[in-house]
Design a protein around this ligand. Structure first.
Ligand SMILES: Cc1cc2nc3c(=O)[nH]c(=O)nc-3n(C[C@H](O)[C@H](O)[C@H](O)COP(=O)(O)OP(=O)(O)OC[C@H]3O[C@@H](n4cnc5c(N)ncnc54)[C@H](O)[C@@H]3O)c2cc1C
Length: 483
């Protein structure tokens, strides 16, 4: 048993909270006035914890590098360890002689289980532990419907959250941190090989993003000081930077919803309906976490079990064409290439490509969810499956299955000037707007003039949307029968 001493170090764990400001665990440690050991644990081994995809690994590398630099400025080192949470943290606490361990809570059920084990192991060794509210406005177990269960429908959930939760002011970045002077072994970031090398596919990610707390704050400021003007209407226009781009920063906890709330209450250009809509979108994130907390198998099982009867297709060639942006539907291809190049995709485009995969191609939503998990820098264990299930119709408060997006009409409506398609599908950029979203309808001489040979320089549509729609509705009958 360790003997407690007033000078024993306090250990603070970083996981989904790669920031110094509004970090309650770090603030509590600072108040102890004792040396602080800061550590990041990469846990891909605890049972049920989903290993990160490639794009998030890239982000994590850079975010940890930014956090290390921020801590160094304050005299602190970030210890890096890899392994199952409970064993790794108890071993490190022992090596550092820490008698207290603090962390911010995680809300994925598998991660909660890992943290529960960790807490038991630490307490068994007589260490003091405390956890603090993490990356959500609401604690998912506290908000309940009138009958005492979890919410399944967004509107009443959001109403209840707004009524019950008065977001606390965010905590300041602590300045007077006492460094831990002892020595403990640490991995290096390079040891973890988080960056892609052969091939290095991350150029577009490097050009697009600045992982880390400073990058997150900059994005928020730019968005609130002009870029977000007209958010409510512009958020659906795919060729414009009309949304915040905060999702990967939120996913890594480089910024908190409390900081966003405070910024919205302050002096900002985002007001009225635009601000209300933006808050509500953050509300969807809360709702997705609420759903995951109460449905641990959300990423692998249909929320609506009637969908277990759906006759999904298996077609690896079709899946590959979708993944590579070679479907012959320009808006789908632009979106899938945006994802591959930048690690992010516009929300409207996510809905279009998800509908296309599930309904036009008849492939299981899980195949799309897994591709997004690997390629999105904001891949999130709650929002990703919740939205895939929402589009597929199998989710909570989901879009009805028979709402099948027409990729041509969606393109014409939400990319009317073709900026989005031209940005990511340059081989058809010379087509006039009128034919940009359905090149196969363009007259032969126009295609010639634009340098396009369908089936050669750009694919013909891989399915006929109208026929695919009929097939999807036919397949859906088996779900209705099961229900
Ligand atoms: C099939 C599909 C998969 C998705 N997968 C993810 C995912 O893995 N991670 C992820 O963060 N979002 C996911 N989304 C939701 C949404 O597309 C992104 O959050 C949004 O595009 C991020 O861009 P932004 O930060 O500029 O959004 P903004 O419009 O600026 O919105 C602000 C914030 O609100 C939250 N938000 C907005 N829309 C949603 C939504 N529908 N569901 C949950 N939260 C939302 C995000 O945290 C976002 O950063 C998915 C949507 C679909 C249709």
């Amino acid at each position: 048993m360790p003997t407690k001493n007033e000078r024993d170090p306090v250990m603070v764990l970083f996981r989904h909270d790669l920031r110094l400001s509004d970090n309650l665990a770090l603030c509590a440690a600072t108040e102890k006035n004792r040396p602080i050991v800061t550590a990041f644990i990469l846990d891909e081994q605890s049972e049920g914890v989903r290993p990160l995809g490639g794009a998030r690994r890239w982000w994590l590398h850079h975010s940890l590098s930014a956090l290390t630099a921020d801590l160094q400025k304050r005299g602190l080192k970030l210890v890096l360890r890899r392994g199952p949470m409970a064993e790794t943290v108890t071993a490190l606490a022992e090596e550092a002689g820490a008698s207290t361990v603090y962390w911010n809570r995680r809300y994925d059920p598998a991660e909660i289980a890992a943290d529960t084990d960790m807490k038991a192991a630490l307490r068994e060794r007589d260490l003091e532990t405390e956890s603090f509210s993490g990356h959500l406005l609401h604690e998912p177990w506290r908000l309940k419907t009138g009958s005492g269960g979890p919410y399944r429908v967004f509107t009443p959930f959001w109403r209840a959250l707004v009524e019950a939760v008065h977001p606390r002011p965010p905590a300041d970045r602590p300045e007077n941190l006492t460094p831990f002077e002892g020595k403990v072994a640490t991995d290096t970031l390079e040891d973890w090989h988080l960056l892609p090398t052969k091939p290095d596919w991350a150029k577009g990610l490097r050009d697009t993003w600045t992982p880390g707390e400073t990058g997150a704050q900059r994005r928020l400021t730019e968005f609130l000081q002009g870029r977000g003007d007209g958010y409510k209407a512009r958020r659906d226009v795919m060729g414009e930077a009309g949304t915040s781009g905060l999702s990967p920063h939120l996913a890594h906890g480089e910024i908190t919803p409390f900081q966003i709330w405070q910024a919205l209450d302050g002096d900002t250009d985002l007001a009225g309906e635009d601000a209300r809509t933006f808050r509500k979108e953050i509300g969807w994130r809360e709702f997705c976490w609420h759903l995951l907390f109460h449905n641990p198998k959300f990423a692998t099982e249909n929320f609506n079990r009637d969908f277990d009867a759906f006759p999904w297709q298996r077609d690896d060639k079709a899946l590959r064409a979708w993944q590579r942006g070679q479907t012959g539907y320009p808006v789908v291809d632009a979106a899938m290439r945006q994802l591959w190049q930048t690690g992010w995709m516009h929300n409207r485009a996510r809905m279009i490509v998800a509908s296309f995969l599930v309904k036009d191609l008849g492939l299981h939503w899980r195949q799309g969810e897994e591709w997004f998990w690997d390629t999105l820098v904001d891949a999130d264990p709650a929002s990703n499956p919740a939205n895939w299930q929402w589009v597929a119709g199998s989710g909570a408060d989901a879009a009805p299955f028979f709402r099948i997006f027409n990729p041509v009409l969606q393109g014409e409506k939400f990319d009317p000037k073709g900026n989005y398609v031209r940005g990511f599908v340059p081989e058809i950029e010379a087509l006039p707007d009128k034919h940009l979203h359905q090149p196969w309808k363009a007259p032969a001489e126009m295609l010639d003039k634009a340098g396009i040979k369908l089936g050669d320089t750009y694919p013909r549509p891989m399915v006929d949307h109208k026929a695919a729609r009929e097939r999807a509705l036919e397949a859906y009958k088996s779900v209705k029968k099961a229900g």
